[in-house]
Design a protein around this ligand. Structure first.
Ligand code: PFF
Length: 450
C-alpha cells in the first residue's frame, strides 16, 4: 500500500485527459489513417474504424485504464497485482509483457516515420519546394532510398522520445503534452478549411463516407480494426501505464469519452483535409505510406504563406508523434525502474538502444533490404502488421476477458465508478460484444465467416 500511496499522480483530471489524448493522437491519425483509407477503398474502412472505436475501442480504453489504476504499477506489475487480488493465476502478467514488447516493436517503426516528418520539417524550414506532383513524389522516393538520411532523423527522434521519459512522468510527459495538443488541433482545422477552399471537399466526403456494403472485404475489416486499436493506443501497456498514475477520484468513463472523441475527430479532420487536397490536385488517394508526404509538399508550395504554414504543420505533427512515442517508451521504463530499481535515465537508455537498432533495420527495409521478406512483407510492413493486426487485437481480446470475467464484478465496479445503468451497459459490452466482435473479425479474416 505504501508504494501505491507514494506513487505520484497527474496534477488533475485534465492533465490525464491531455496525456492520454497525447498518446492516442499521433501519426496514427495524421499519417496512417489517410494512407490506409486511401489504400483500402475509403468509406468501408472508415466505417469499420468508427464502429470499432465505439464498440470495441472505447470499452477497452476504460478497461485498460482500470487495470492500470487498480494495479498501481507498470503493466506487468498491474496485471500481477490485480490477478493476485482476484485470486487468478500470475500468468496473466504475460498480458503486461505482450504490451511492453509490442510497444517497443511499434516504436521501432513509428520512430522511422516520425523521422520522415522531421526531415520534411527541416526541408520546409530551409525552403525546399515541390511545384509539381512528380517532384513531390520524387522527394519521397529520394528520402526512402537514402538509409543514412532516414537513420539520422530516426536517431534524433529516438533521443527526443527517450529524453522526455528519462525526465520523469509528471514534469516531462505532462508538460510536453500541454502545449502540443491544442496547437495540433488548430493547424489541422486550418488545413481542413484550406482543403475546403482550394481542394475538392465533396469528392473527399464521398470517398470517406459513402456507404458501400459490397466493398467490405476481410482485408478492409482487419485494417479497420487494427487502426482502431492503433489510434487509441490499445493493448500495448501504454494506456495501462498512464492509468497507473491516475488518482482514485477521477471518473474513467467521461475521461475516455473525451479521449476517444478527440482522437476520432483528429483522424477525420486529417482525412478530410488530405483527401480534399489530394482530389483537388488530381493526385491518387492510394499512395501507400507516403501519401501525406507526396501530397502536402505540393500543396504547401502553392499555398500563400505555405512555407511558414508547412513548417508549422510538420512541427506539430512531429509533436503529436512525440507525445505518442513517449507512451510507447514508458511501459518498459516503468517496469525497469520499479522492478529492478534502475534509475529512470538509465532505464530510458536501456529501453531506447535496442529499439533504435531495430529502427535502423527498418530504415534499410525501404532500400537495401527491401527484398528481405518475412511472410511476404518487408520488415517495416511485417512489424506494422504483426503489431496492429495481431498483437493489438489479441491483447484487446485478453483484456476484455480479464476485466469482464476474471477480475470480479465487485472490484471492477468499485474501480470504474459508473452509475448502475452505465456500468451494466459497459460491462455487458466488455464481456460479450468485445470478445465476440474480435473473434468474429478473426474468423472473417481467416475466411471462416462469410
Ligand atoms: N496512438 C498512436 C497514434 O495514433 O499515433 C500510436 C500508438 C501509441 C500506438 C501508443 C500504441 C501505443 F501504445
Amino acid at each position: 500500500m505504501s508504494r501505491a500511496a507514494s506513487r505520484h499522480t497527474w496534477s488533475n483530471r485534465w492533465a490525464f485527459i491531455l496525456v492520454t489524448m497525447g498518446s492516442a493522437v499521433g501519426l496514427g491519425n495524421i499519417w496512417r489513417f489517410p494512407y490506409l483509407a486511401g489504400d483500402s477503398g475509403g468509406s468501408v474502412f472508415v466505417l469499420m474504424y468508427l464502429v470499432c472505436v465505439a464498440v470495441i475501442g472505447l470499452p477497452l480504453l476504460m478497461a485498460e485504464i482500470l487495470i492500470g489504476r487498480r494495479g498501481r504499477g507498470n503493466p506487468v506489475a498491474a496485471m500481477l497485482n490485480t490477478a493476485e487480488e482476484a485470486g487468478r493465476s500470475p500468468w496473466w502478467a504475460a498480458l503486461g509483457w505482450t504490451g511492453v514488447v509490442g510497444a517497443l516493436l511499434i516504436l521501432s517503426y513509428y520512430s522511422v516515420v516520425a523521422g520522415w516528418i522531421a526531415d520534411y520539417l527541416f526541408q520546409a524550414v530551409t525552403g525546399a519546394r515541390a511545384e509539381t506532383a512528380a517532384v513531390a513524389a520524387e522527394g519521397f522516393t529520394a528520402l526512402t532510398s537514402d538509409p543514412l538520411r532516414m537513420m539520422f532523423w530516426h536517431t534524433v527522434f529516438m533521443i527526443l522520445s527517450v529524453g522526455v521519459v528519462a525526465r520523469g512522468v509528471v514534469s516531462g510527459i505532462e508538460a510536453a503534452n500541454k502545449i502540443m495538443m491544442p496547437s495540433l488541433f488548430l493547424i489541422l482545422f486550418l488545413l481542413m478549411l484550406y482543403g475546403a477552399w482550394v481542394g475538392d471537399m465533396p469528392s473527399a466526403v464521398h470517398f470517406l463516407f459513402d456507404f458501400k456494403v459490397e466493398a467490405i472485404t476481410p482485408r478492409v475489416v482487419i485494417e479497420g480494426v487494427g487502426q482502431a486499436f492503433f489510434s487509441l493506443s490499445l493493448g500495448m501497456g501504454a494506456i495501462m501505464a498512464y492509468g497507473s498514475y491516475l488518482d482514485r477520484n477521477t471518473g474513467i468513463g467521461g475521461t475516455c469519452l473525451w479521449v476517444a472523441g478527440a482522437n476520432t475527430l483528429v483522424g477525420l479532420l486529417s482525412g478530410l483535409a488530405i483527401f480534399s487536397l489530394t482530389y483537388g490536385y488530381g493526385l491518387s488517394p492510394s499512395e501507400g505510406p507516403g501519401l501525406i508526404l507526396k501530397t502536402l509538399p505540393l500543396v504547401f508550395s502553392h499555398m500563400p504563406g505555405g512555407r511558414v504554414f508547412g513548417a508549422l504543420f510538420f512541427l506539430f505533427v512531429l509533436f503529436a508523434a512525440w507525445t505518442s512515442s513517449i507512451s510507447l517508451v514508458e511501459p518498459f521504463v516503468s517496469w525497469l525502474t520499479e522492478r529492478l530499481g534502475i534509475h529512470r535515465v538509465k532505464a530510458a537508455l536501456v529501453t531506447g538502444v535496442p529499439v533504435w537498432l531495430l529502427g535502423l533495420a527498418v530504415c534499410l527495409s525501404f532500400n537495401h533490404w527491401s527484398d528481405v521478406t518475412i511472410f511476404g512483407r518487408d520488415l517495416f510492413k511485417a512489424l506494422e502488421d504483426l503489431t496492429t493486426k495481431l498483437m493489438m487485437p489479441l491483447s484487446g481480446l485478453a483484456i476484455a476477458i480479464y476485466v469482464g470475467w476474471m477480475m470480479g464484478r465487485a472490484v471492477v465496479s468499485d474501480e470504474i465508478r459508473l452509475t448502475h445503468r452505465r456500468f451494466a451497459l459497459w460491462f455487458g459490452v466488455l464481456r460479450y460484444v468485445v470478445p465476440i466482435g474480435i473473434v468474429m473479425v478473426f474468423f472473417h479474416v481467416l475466411g471462416l465467416l462469410k
